[in-house]
Design a protein around this ligand. Sequence first.
Ligand code: SF4
Length: 352
Amino acid sequence: MNQVIENAREIITGYDGPKLRIMEVCGTHTHEIFRLGIRSLLPENIDLISGPGCPVCVTPVGYIDEAIYLALEKKCVICTFGDLIKVPGTKMSLAGARTEGADVRPVYSPDDAVELARETSKQVVFLAVGFETTTPSACIAVKKAQRLGLTNFSILTANKTMPNAYAQLKGSADAFLYPGHVNAITGNEICKKLKEEGVSGVVAGFTANELMTALAVTIELSKKGEPFFENCYPRVVKDEGNPAAQKLVDTVMEPCDSEWRGLGIIPMSGMKLRGEYSDFDARVKHNVPTIEGKSNPACRCPEILQGHCKPTDCPLFGKVCNPIHPVGACMVSDEGACAAYYHYGSSIGVEI
Ligand code: SF4
């Protein structure tokens, strides 16, 4: 064990203060903290709760229904990151739509979808979900399609931004572990502002060293009893973020209200294409009607995503709902809290 981890482990395991609720906002953090066995080190007075930072998990049911509408009614080829294919919509998932004839293809990047549009005369729609980290690649794809003069490529946006979500989550935890890759794009200004509003947090990276350090720093700073902010991922995150990515996104997209599974509609927490790019907006291009999705009422994803309960509080966990037959989005993606508990929960005594 290296010295950084050893020092952090001593601070974490030796914590004997009042109950400390830390929210790991990011799905990758949820996954890595479990995978690395860090959860099993936590004393009982540290409660690590999962937040809404898994892009597949926060994408609302209605969005899946829109994608299925485009696939089945408009006969578009749907290109998407693989996880989204299994997320249940109101009546079926995109995997289910495939059995009814939908052409749904997993891709590694939005650029793959642009390349497909160059090769086919069919309408191609890329499902643009995710946070500040993935939005720039969708913008690059739109600009490329415009440059190539493609008239059969569009994107269905559900891109989200974190700042207003943090505001909505105030009070859910004593401190946030901010997602390092998001701050690498946005910079730290929003987190510093949150500190002024009484919200504490540290930016965390993704290795064992970085995650252990971030938790140890959170614990140490909490002891002072004052709001705090610390960048524990300085090798990647700069205060100003990534100005080139910010400028690119600002050129192609603009903020809009956005629905988050579990959190409802959060004002100005999403991104949509600017008017000058409406030819590439799948909703506009294909006249997608307003679709109000309905999730399974037994699924507790909405409460899990707000840190109000844990996957093991859901009566369907591991029994009716598992990674092969997911009932809710949090069991689909590896970054989802339910999937993480399912795969790694035995390390903290979760029985399936
Ligand atoms: Fe939803 Fe399944 Fe998680 Fe329960 S275990 S909250 S049904 S995803």
